[in-house]
Design a protein around this ligand. Sequence first.
Ligand SMILES: [Zn+2]
Length: 349
Amino acid sequence: MPVKNISSLLGTLICTYGALTLYNYIRTKKKMKTRLEHINKYENQGYVIANSSQISNRYNSIPLNKPIDYRGKELVRPYMEQLEKALGNDIRLAKNNCAILQVKHSPEILKTGASGLYFGGENTSIIKYVNTNSSIIGHEVLHMASFMYDPTTKTSMHGFMQQKDKAIIATGLNEGYTELLNARLFNNGTVHSYKRLVRIVRLLEEFFPTPQTLSHYYFTCDLPACLQNLRQYCTNEELKEILYGLDKLYEYSYVPKSPAAISLEAKLAAKLYNIYARNFASQPDKVEAFKQKVCENKLAAVAIDNKKHTVQRTNPFKRIKTFFQNGFRKIKNFFVGNSQPTPQPAYSR
Ligand SMILES: [Zn+2]
């Protein structure tokens, strides 16, 4: 190929990469602005759309032990059996939603960047998946097991996430916790998606009396109780920073190798350490154990020590290579299928 053609091709590739990066950047910024607007809109209601009594009214109206016919959905049976053992009485939403569940192999959803989706509604319960890897099915089964629609307030609740009209609260918290449970319950502790979110939610879990407390709030869609527990330890402003920070991390999870995500994760981990150390100052052993968890993130360890820190950007040529490798992988997966878990996160809705 003549040199002129090679340089022309290279120029086109670089321009395409630049345009897509810019598009991603603008899209992410816009989405973050919207998420902050949603959080601000519900500030006077304590950052919740439906309150505790509305949630418990709806929850208690749902049958406790809906029978399930697994024909056409054998795929989810082992996950349900494991949940029945682990959840006790908190199995109510799982059984109710599983009773009407449809399971569909849908490779076309890869186009949306997802490898699994859960659609929940008043009389709707659908899991779509691109392959039967346990990291994908387990994640979506957990979305199903924690979904509730309240027709009175017209609010959809996915675990900790609440959604009404166009407003959505606590997506990051919900996705991080869903994947944390997915790793623990179905994947021998291995986290496959939303890794930054999972690391932060693991720290948040330490603020609850037991891991089962947070799990109970998740499977009963009790975001207000979850936030009320955190309010014992932090100010309203800090709570907002945590919720918004998790939502930002969620948006960054769709931007490969984002330096801003690395920095934000460290900032959030250091913030949680400061809150924890302030509240448990009389129990140094507890604070030290929390610090060890935070310091698994090296940048957070530096942030705790109040040293100036910077984020190393990856080599731009490596970023270009990764960008095209990811593009080719997606195209290949779309046409010939994927036997490996895709690094793209799975998400509800
Ligand atoms: Zn999800």
